[in-house]
Structures are given as C-alpha cells and as structure tokens.
Design a protein around this ligand. Sequence first.
Ligand code: ADP
Ligand code: MG
Length: 290
Amino acid sequence: ATPTALLVGTGRGAQLGILIKGPEVLESTRRIDTVVLDKTGTVTTGRMQLQAVRTTGDVDRAEALRIAGALEDASEHPVARAISAAAREELGELPAVEDFAGEPGLGVRGRVEGRAVLAGRPALLDQPLPDDLQRALGDAEAAGRTAVVLARDDAPMALLEVADAVKPSSAEAVRDLRGLGLTPVLLTGDNRAVADSVAEQVGIGEVIAEVLPADKVGVITGLQRSGKVVAMVGDGVNDAAALAAADLGLAMGTGTDVAIEAGDLTLVRGDLRSAAEAIRLSRRTLSTIK
Ligand code: ADP
Ligand code: MG
C-alpha cells in the first residue's frame, strides 16, 4: 500500500465528515463482515423524553417525580437527563442528592431528603414489583419505552417511562450496510422489548439486548472468536472498550470524548449513513492501491 493513496483516502473522508485517526486504519476494514450498532445515541437520537409517571397505591405523582428528578440530576445518562429535565420543568427547583452512586447499565442510587432512593432497571430492586407497576411495566415495554423503577427505602414508588426516537437516517444507513454485504447487529443494555422494537423499525435482524456495559466488549470478542471481523459503532462511555476491541471502531462525533478517543474513525455528523460511507470509501481506496 502506498502511503500517498491512503492519505488521499483520508482526505476524502474528511470531506464526507469522517475523521480517520491514521491511514493505517483503512487496512483493517478490508475483511469486515459484521457491524455492531449501539442503540441509544447511535441508532436512536438519544434525546429521551419522559412519557409517563405511574405511581403505585396512594403515592403522590409530584412526590415521585421530585425524588426521581433529584436523584437523576446527578447522572449523565440520557434516561436520567429526560427525567431530571421533566421534573425541573414541572416542579422548579429540586432537592439535593447525597451519597450518589451510579451502577453502569442498571441505574442510580443515593439519598434524597434523608432517605435511601434508587432508580433504574427493575433488576436493581431485590423484590418483585406490586401488581399495578408490573402491569405498567409490561405495557411500557410493549410500547417500546424504557421503564425506570423508582424506590424509596426499598419500597417501589413509581415507574417512569422514557422513550427516544429512531434517527430519520438510521433505516437507510442499515440498508446501505447490507448493500455492502455486511450483517448489522443491534447491541444495547436496554430491555429486549425496546431493543426489538428499534431493530424492527430500522431493519436489523440480530439483536443482543440487556448487556451490561462491562460485557459489551465480550460480545465483540465473542463474535471475533466465532470468526467474524467486526466493526462497532457507538457513542457512549459504555461503548469505549467495545470500540477499542473491534477490528474497526467508529465513534459518533455527537458522542462522548471517551468513545471518540477509543474509536479508529469519528463520524463527525453523528449520522449512521457515514458508517457505510466510511467502509465503502476505505474499500475503494484499498482497491486503487492493490
Ligand atoms: P445503551 O446500551 O442502550 O446505551 P446503557 O447500557 O447505558 O444503555 O443502559 C442500559 C439501561 O440501564 C437503560 O436502558 C436504563 O434502563 C438503565 N439505566 C442506565 N442508567 C440509568 C439511570 N441513570 N437511571 C435510570 N436507568 C438507567
Ligand atoms: Mg449509546
């Protein structure tokens, strides 16, 4: 491979909004056959909105929203930002949170108004949900929403439903990737029903859901051990290790610095169509060199 031809490739990439760490990166795209796509912030906008607050028994809705908003105000997660923004808009100033701790891929804990509170996936609770919240959970997931359980002093209080939208260009991007002979796979920490709903909307047939952040890298290496050559597209702190382990890591330019740092390529516009463009570009560049 002549360095000049590779550099021409990278210059064209910059015009298309694709930043390439170094010319050598293009070499690794030759044999890619599988593209793993993170869901939140990559296939979807990641701009989640609070859709509903369902309380159990005689719990007051505003009280549940105040506590959840206070707790989530300390978290950077898109789910958390949706909840704290809605709480602040509806209730104004929120109480402070103490002893805050995040549990990656699960949720958050802390103390609000002197009492222990948690918000996150139902798995965070070590007891079953009351019947009314269990029903609400089923409905939320069937509707493709992410359900956040709120509990205080270990007692479930409410279910908060958040949802974000698939990016308008994601379905076309998935078609482009298929057109290049690549198999798209959706990877997410979110629940299976939400993941399946997003996959169906954009035309992805393979879904790996409910994967903890620390296990995303294991999904990539597992695919590699089974003989796949894997590209990974992601945006979050949670995706960094997977981006680094992939044969080609593509970071969304709209994502976190950690992800951009870990990737080989940055898709500046945060548009998934650039992923297919990047792979097409590098193949073309390499075939002119050979
Ligand atoms: P993804 O892989 O889709 O980017 P994450 O691994 O970051 O998702 O999170 C997985 C799931 O964990 C979320 O869908 C949500 O249910 C839960 N979760 C993560 N962080 C929080 C939080 N701060 N508050 C509530 N739930 C959370
Ligand atoms: Mg993400």
